[in-house]
Design a binder for this molecule. Structure first.
Ligand code: FE
Length: 209
């Protein structure tokens, strides 16, 4: 299992590639925080991030399949699970750009065939951001189900803040254009890894009170 530090380093490299390769198609805001932990670690550069008003992440409908009490885990992978492995990392930020530690993220999604586990907790899990506001989710790319494009559901909540319920989407999916819930601001900037997996960075901006 790759440790968090290695993963973040890898994502740093991926992000550099993303900025070059996907810069023109990534939704505004998704790549705005290219070096957030560095930016807030010194007073000289903090002003470039903290203090700039961030656009709140768009709320989306919860849908019918949320289940409370998901397990606490950063990886939704299980032995034998079908699908393309996907790692999403990023930060939870306040509107002034401040990273939020201990923010709750609760993810749930369909499997690669487009089915939800409504009897158990497969592909459901919650986690908390670290001291620098970072989260990492390891999962699979969800499949399509009738009426919906590919999406991952998530609830995000700063400590003592309101719950943001939203969804993440995928680039280049034909059904995006026919899904009334789809929004380009919520599209992941996915990169294809050499091993066939995908990675993406997504920052959430939430209300803190
Ligand atoms: Fe759904």
């Amino acid at each position: 299992m790759t440790n968090t530090r290695t993963r973040l380093l890898r994502f740093g490299l991926s992000l550099a590639g993303a900025a070059i390769v996907l810069g023109a198609v990534v939704a505004p805001g998704v790549l705005a925080q290219t070096a957030p932990s560095a930016a807030v670690s010194t007073t000289t550069t903090a002003a470039t991030t903290v203090g700039q008003t961030q656009t709140l992440t768009l709320a989306e409908t919860e849908g019918p399949y949320f289940k409370a009490n998901s397990p606490e885990t950063t990886s939704l992978l299980q032995d034998g699970m079908q699908g393309t492995v996907l790692t999403v990392t990023g930060q939870v930020l306040a509107q002034d750009g401040t990273p939020i530690a201990n923010a709750l993220l609760d993810f749930w999604q369909a499997n690669a065939s487009g089915s939800y586990d409504n009897s158990g907790y497969m592909l459901r899990g919650h986690q908390y951001t670290d001291a620098d506001g970072y989260y990492t989710l390891t999962t699979i790319v969800p499949g399509l189900y009738p009426g919906r494009t590919e999406h991952i559901h998530v609830k995000v909540q700063a400590p003592n803040g309101p719950v943001l319920t939203t969804q993440l989407f995928f680039p280049g999916v034909a059904q995006n254009a026919r899904d009334g819930i789809f929004d380009p601001s919520l599209v992941l900037n996915t990169l294809n890894g050499a091993d066939g997996s995908q990675s993406a960075i997504f920052n959430f901006v939430v209300q803190t009170a």
